[in-house]
Design a protein around this ligand. Structure first.
Ligand code: TYC
Length: 102
């Protein structure tokens, strides 16, 4: 380690690992009873979609059974799911919304 010409110092990499927080998909599920217009209203109100986008995603859920309606941090995803479930319950529709790790 000195200055005697046989330097054996080791440079240690001390970069801090900054892991990005995991993201969560928010999923909307189809059912036979929730009116299409209500689902469109949910997508406009809670997911910031315009009417055309909301209608398209609603139809995807209607035809395929499920669709991703957004990707968020854990806290935001939980909030979205709770907002949708509360709104659906208030209007007595069986609409289901869930989240899963991306
Ligand atoms: N399948 C419903 C109907 O025919 C419409 C619907 C679409 C319901 C999307 C839920 O997430 C949903 N009225």
């Amino acid at each position: 380690m000195g200055d005697d010409g046989d330097d054996t110092s080791v440079v240690v990499d001390t970069r801090t690992k900054t892991k990005r927080p995991p993201l969560y998909k928010v999923l909307l599920l189809n059912d036979d009873y929730t009116p299409m217009e209500f689902v469109v209203a949910v997508l406009e109100r809670f997911f910031g979609m315009n009417h055309a986008q909301a209608f398209e995603i609603m139809l995807t859920v209607h035809k395929k059974g499920v669709a991703v309606v957004g990707v968020f941090s854990h806290e935001i995803a939980e909030t979205k799911v709770a907002q949708v479930m509360d709104f659906a319950r208030q209007h007595q529709h069986p609409l289901q919304c869930t989240m899963e790790k991306e």
